[in-house]
Design a protein around this ligand. Structure first.
Ligand code: NAP
Length: 244
């Protein structure tokens, strides 16, 4: 494996992305810029976009799994995680692999990963607390939550975390449960209010106050995320139900 010039502890990785939607594409761009080698698979055909980005896209799960990635990064929707994981031919993995998810809820996915993945696979649960809008101009100062759920290959795990550290993210190690409690009161609430504002069809006026402009921005940024994402924040975070 090549040694990255940015840190003696970080290596360039072969990263396989499962779910090449908006967030997978967003993360892939920075990972490519850092020199990692990427492959991807997804429900839809993203082969043309991948070809433009220099990423190998596999329609077939077998070929994807056999590509011998150091890390398989799960970027699929919260609602589809179980179905997608179960469709991966995990018996074809050629060696122990780090599975890292980036889903916006954590406790449920953590349980699913531990149930479905082979015991020899390492598991890192993460949530980059930003997206294509908030991270458009870089990730410096943006929060990155993670829980080292089952890590034996320290070098691969550190190199993966270094992707975010080296971009200046605020690295926050905490349990998935703690994340979900905090996120229900912050992220889920933000999305809920943004969607209510969208239902109310609020629009800019000639006499906008700063506060109202903030509401318009919130509405605009919230509705760029898919409804699946919002549903996942509610359905798969038991703490979210206490907020409504
Ligand atoms: P999303 O709507 O949450 O997920 C879209 C992805 O899920 C696409 O790759 C899509 O595949 C796949 N997918 C959806 N339903 C599927 C199904 N039934 N079977 C197989 N694949 C399915 O949008 P996203 O913004 O890209 O988010 C991806 C993940 O990142 C989510 O878990 C989200 O919680 C997390 N996340 C998002 C953000 C953000 O700002 N957007 C930030 C942090 C974390 P195709 O594209 O192939 O159809």
């Amino acid at each position: 494996m090549a040694v990255s010039s940015s840190s003696p502890l970080s290596r360039t990785l072969r990263i396989g992305i499962v779910g090449f939607g908006p967030f997978g594409q967003f993360l892939a761009t920075t990972m490519m810029k850092q020199g990692h080698t990427l492959t991807a698979t997804s429900r839809s055909d993203h082969s043309q976009l991948c070809a433009r980005l220099g990423i190998s896209f596999f329609r077939g799960m077998n070929e994807f799994i056999e590509a011998e990635n150091d890390v398989i990064m799960l970027c699929t929707s919260i609602l589809s995680l179980t179905e997608v994981l179960k469709s991966l031919p995990l018996h074809c993995l050629k060696r122990p692999t780090l599975f890292a998810d980036v889903l916006s809820v954590k406790e449920g996915p953590r349980e699913v990963l531990l149930q479905v993945l082979p015991e020899e696979s390492d598991v890192l649960c993460t949530h980059p607390m930003f997206g294509p809008e908030s991270g458009r101009d870089g990730w410096n100062g943006l929060a990155f939550m993670y829980e080292r759920v089952r890590i034996r290959d320290e070098a691969t795990c550190s190199s993966f975390l270094h992707i975010f550290e080296s971009e200046g993210c605020r690295m926050l190690e905490m349990s998935c449960e703690e994340h979900d409690k905090l996120a229900a009161r912050s992220q889920f609430l933000t999305h809920t209010i943004g969607r209510i504002l969208s239902e109310m069809e609020i629009e800019s006026t000639p006499i906008d106050t700063k506060g109202f402009q903030t509401l318009i921005q919130l509405k605009d940024s919230t509705i760029r995320d898919s409804f699946d994402l919002y549903s996942g924040l509610f359905v798969h975070n038991k703490f979210a139900k206490q907020e409504v």
